[in-house]
Structure formats: C-alpha cells, structure tokens
Design a protein around this ligand. Structure first.
Ligand code: GTP
Ligand code: MG
Length: 416
C-alpha cells in the first residue's frame, strides 16, 4: 500500500504543519484586523466628543489597518517553494513529474527545459500557463503542448513560465508546495541572475545528480553561490538514474558508498550547511523515471512496464525522500515565513495597546479634574448658603429688635 494514497483520508502529511500554521496565523491576523478597526472606530467616536485623542494617535492607528491588511495579503500568498537544479538531462523535470504523479513538465533526452518553469496549484479544473510579464492564460492540455508553446515563444533561459495545475489533481499542490524547474546549470553563464530571480525565497533546494557519473564542478559551484547568498540553505541531493546500477550489481555497494561519501563531504565540509548526521537524511538513490512510470500505471494512465531488478527498494527510497522533504520544507517555511509575521503582529498589538492605554489614562485625568472642579463649585455654593443663613438670621434678629423697639416706643408714647 502506498502510504501517500492513504494520506488522502488521514491527512497526516508533514505538510499539514505548514497548512495548519498558515490557517492559524491567518485567523489571528483576522482578529487583529477586527481589533484595529474597532479601535479606529472608537477613536473617531470620542474624537468628536472630547479632546483626549490627538490627531497623531488616530493617524497612527489608522495606519495599522493598512499594515495588517498588507500582512494578510502576503500571508494568503505564502507558500512552500522547492527549486530543482542540476546538470542537463540528470532528470530534474522527471523528478518533479514523479512527485506530482503526472507528466506535467517536458522531459526528454538532450537539452529540454529551456527556461524556468514554476508549477503551482490553482482552484480551477483546467490547467493553464502564464508567461513572464503577461497576464494572459494559455491553455496546457498536455505536456507536449506545453513544450511546444515554450519552443514557439523562444524564451530566454532566465525567464519564468508559471504553470497552474488543478489543486484537486495533486496533494502537494493542494498543500501549497510550489515547484521550480530549471534549465541545466551547465547551459548558462547567468547563474547569479538565476539566484537573484528565483532562489532567494526558496525553502528547499534539490540537487538532481546523475548516479551514472558523479557530482560535477558546475553543480557544486552553483550551490556554493547559493550558500553565499542564503544562510544554511536546505539542500537535498538525489542520485538519480540509480536504476542503471541494476546492470552492474557487482559494484553497486561500492558505487553507492562513493557517491554517498562525496555528497556528505560536499554538504558538510564544503558548503557547511549541515552536520554529517543531518546529511545522511538528505542524500537518496532513486530513479525518477521508474517512479513516474509506476505511478502512471497505478493510476491507469499507462500500461505497466516490466520492473527492473531492485525497483521496490528504489521506489521506497523515493517515498522516503518525499517524506523527509515534506518535513523539512514545512518546518523551514513556517520558521522563515511566519516568524516575521508573528513578530510584526505582536508589535502592532503592543503599539495599539499603548495608544489605548494613553487614551484611558488621559480620560481618567480629565474625569479627576472635572470632579475637582465640581467639588470646588459645591464648596462655593455651601459657603454662600451658610452666609445667607447667617445673614438672614442676623436680619431676622435686627428686624425683631426693631419691631420690639418700635413697640416699646409706641406703648411708651401711648402711656405718656
Ligand atoms: P534538462 O531539462 O534538459 O536540463 O533535463 P532534465 O534534468 O530536466 O532531465 P529530464 O527529466 O528531461 O530527463 C532526461 C532524460 O532522462 C529523459 O529521457 C528521462 O526519461 C530520462 N530519465 C530521467 N530520470 C531517469 C532515471 O531515473 N532513469 C533513467 N534510466 N532515465 C531517466
Ligand atoms: Mg528539464
């Protein structure tokens, strides 16, 4: 049983680490967006009533809205990117096709891939392709047509053609993995341009080597350049065409050991991108052609072909590579892509809290002041009231006295 077909129901793929993290961080930013919008609305509301919010603070908070919006936009486009490099005809396109379980990219003898090809998932049921600098969708019915379209266009080798393939036809594409196929590293003098244009945001690099020969200087040089631009890139080395070993079984183990040692040395001592133990998990001996044939036959797309000696072992090793690759790419992408976003999210939430705290303490101050004023007014009223009482009492006494006085005088006069 192919564990990857059972995945459809159980969904225990390591890629889910990225998919779930992406969903979660998206939800969090959705909440932050609501929170920032509420804050802006609230500030506009109190701005109308009171002088406690100054314009600067309102402006700052309004800017958060567009910032959060921008982050959400980038987030929705974030994906895991894997780029394949190696000499012409080593089988780069074949490896991608085997992983995608379909003949999507052109492959063949000689120099086949003549520009960069990016395969990514699309929601529609029909695949299409878009040339660099254009928005026009060109139809891709089959790989033959794709190759034909490329020849007709005569693209430069650094140019990129985007192939949009229905998500529902492939789990890797559904889970946001984007594949980049390249022309052979030996056919171009423009390696630096390639790295600048296509490699800086790649999460994983796969060096497709030819197990029939050995690692070449051009291949090594390319990865030396990559590792000067990126700190510790994740590199897998596939010794492809390992089916050729079936014809020379007497040397199989020795040849494998030779390739293994050279590949480990390259990753550990030359590039210094991993430890010897990690390197053991990054080097595989496979046959892309066989895997693709087997998978197409499994899906009933082609008739099954006779199996070469050792096929099963190579097939398992390919699946092992896929598993390790999925773990590596999803963990790496979560770290590099979401770490920055969560730092910025935290920063925005903190800044917003400070602004709201300031408003709160200003409001508190204003309230205290008003209370104080009220008290002073009350005190004055009380004093006036007391004075009034005193005055009226005094008046009463005086009037009383006057009346008494008048009475006395009147009765005295009457008596007299
Ligand atoms: P360019 O695009 O020209 O740089 O080549 P590529 O690296 O993309 O190689 P491609 O996938 O086109 O394969 C070249 C030829 O090698 C094709 O005819 C494939 O069928 C064949 N091929 C690929 N992988 C294997 C393999 O594992 N074993 C054998 N025997 N042939 C293979
Ligand atoms: Mg190719």
């Amino acid at each position: 049983v192919d564990p990857r077909t059972t995945r459809q129901t159980t969904d225990n793929s390591p890629l889910q680490i990225f998919v779930k993290a992406k969903k979660k961080i998206n939800d969090i930013f959705g909440e932050i967006e609501d929170y920032v919008k509420d804050a802006v609305e609230y500030m506009h509301e109190i701005e109308k009533l009171q002088a406690i919010v100054n314009k600067e603070k309102v402006k700052k908070t309004e800017e958060f809205v567009s910032k959060v919006h921008g982050i959400r936009d980038v987030l929705s486009r974030d994906h895991m990117k894997v780029a394949f490099f190696g000499r012409t005809s080593n089988g780069k396109s074949s490896v991608i096709n085997a992983m995608l379980r379909d003949k999507i990219l052109p492959s063949g003898i000689g120099h086949t891939t003549n520009c960069f090809l990016q395969v990514e998932g699309c929601p529609s049921d029909e695949p299409y392709l878009v040339l660099e600098g254009s928005t026009e969708r060109c139809a891709v019915e089959s790989v033959g047509q794709l190759a034909h379209a490329l020849c007709k266009e005569k693209l430069s080798e650094s140019q990129m053609v985007r192939v949009y393939w229905p998500r529902n036809r492939c789990l890797l594409l559904r889970d946001d993995v984007v594949f980049v196929d390249s022309p052979g590293v030996d056919v171009t003098p423009n390696l630096d341009e390639w790295i600048d244009k296509h490699c800086l945001d790649a999460d994983v690099f796969v060096l497709v080597a030819n197990a029939e020969s050995t690692l070449m200087v051009t291949e090594k040089n390319f990865f030396h350049k990559v590792s000067t631009r990126l700190s510790k890139p994740n590199i897998f080395i596939l010794n492809n065409r390992w089916d050729a070993s079936a014809t020379e079984p007497e040397f199989l183990d020795q040849v494998r050991r030779q390739h293994q040692e050279r590949a480990v040395d390259f990753l550990v001592k030359e590039l210094k991108v991993c430890t010897p133990k990690e390197a053991e998990e990054r080097i595989f001996f496979i046959s892309a052609k066989e895997v693709l044939q087997a998978r197409l036959a499994e899906q009933g797309q082609t008739a099954s072909t006779p199996l070469t000696e050792g096929f099963q072992t190579r097939y398992f090793e390919f699946q092992d590579f896929e598993r390790k690759f999925e773990e590596c790419i999803s963990k790496s992408a979560v770290k590099t892509k979401f770490d920055q976003h969560s730092q910025r999210g935290k920063y925005i939430a903190n800044e917003l809290r400070e602004v709201l705290d300031d408003i709160y303490s200003d409001a508190q101050k204003l309230k205290d002041e008003k209370l104080k004023q009220k008290k002073e007014v009350n005190d004055k009223i009380n004093y006036t009231e007391e004075q009034l009482i005193i005055i009226t009492q005094e008046m009463k006494q005086k009037i009383h006295q006057m009346v008494e006085d008048v009475e006395q005088r009147v009765s005295k006069a009457l008596n007299e």
